[in-house]
Design a protein around this ligand. Sequence first.
Ligand code: ADE
Length: 273
Amino acid sequence: MRVDVVSIFPGYLAALDLSLVGKARQSGLLDLRVHDLRDWTTDRHRTVDDTPFGGGAGMVMRPDVWGTALDSILSAAPDDAAVAPGGEPAPGGAHLIVPTPSGEVFTQRHAEALATEDHLVVACGRYEGIDARVAEHYRAAGVAVSELSIGDYVLNGGEVAALVMIEAVARLIPGMVGNPASLVEESHGAAGLLEYPVYTKPPAWAGLEIPEVLLSGHHARIERWRRDRALERTAERRPDMVAALDVTALDKHDLAQLRELGWVVEDGRLVRR
Ligand code: ADE
């Protein structure tokens, strides 16, 4: 996968040299390039922003600078179908991601979908954001554009959100995670539940012991215990996720456990008693 990140603070993205993502870059699994937006400015002051039309606080990032940067990145990508002979981007190529607090909320489902793409371009805005015509223009040109928020809070810019999204996507690229089985049961996976609590050695620590069943070697009982803890945690911390569960995917033990936690099935949906 190729990922291009454009920012006025490329140094923010240095964290992508570390850990799993760093290794994936070294091994060639991930071709990640970070660009300084100011490299595409033409004035002495390397200006990237201006005052908002209509008035109001703050500054807005100029569409002309972003357009030059993105055109250059979209057309420079080697085996990228994003650029048709006429020079205009065409569908099937790069996917442009714009981190913004006014975007759709980024979830594991977005990460899974983006992990199947060949080329992501992440446009990190600062100040009050990027002139809205940039997303509009590339969408009209046939580029897939996703404006995504990492949560209901406001950061100073898109860089930290880009780090979050790139890490969430990169770990799903086949060959990235040493043991793919570890992706199967994690929180926000297909089961729609938070992950069960996990333990390792030593078996007794700070006066706390490992739940007996985990030492039993009895796989079916361990599975059931983990499933019950996952249901318990999800009910306690994320009732919205319980309400969204597919009832047909639950067995009678799940339903009994959920009943104990105060959830019952009504008209094919889980509701709080
Ligand atoms: N930029 C500023 N705040 C953000 C957020 N919550 N998500 C994505 N990008 C942002």
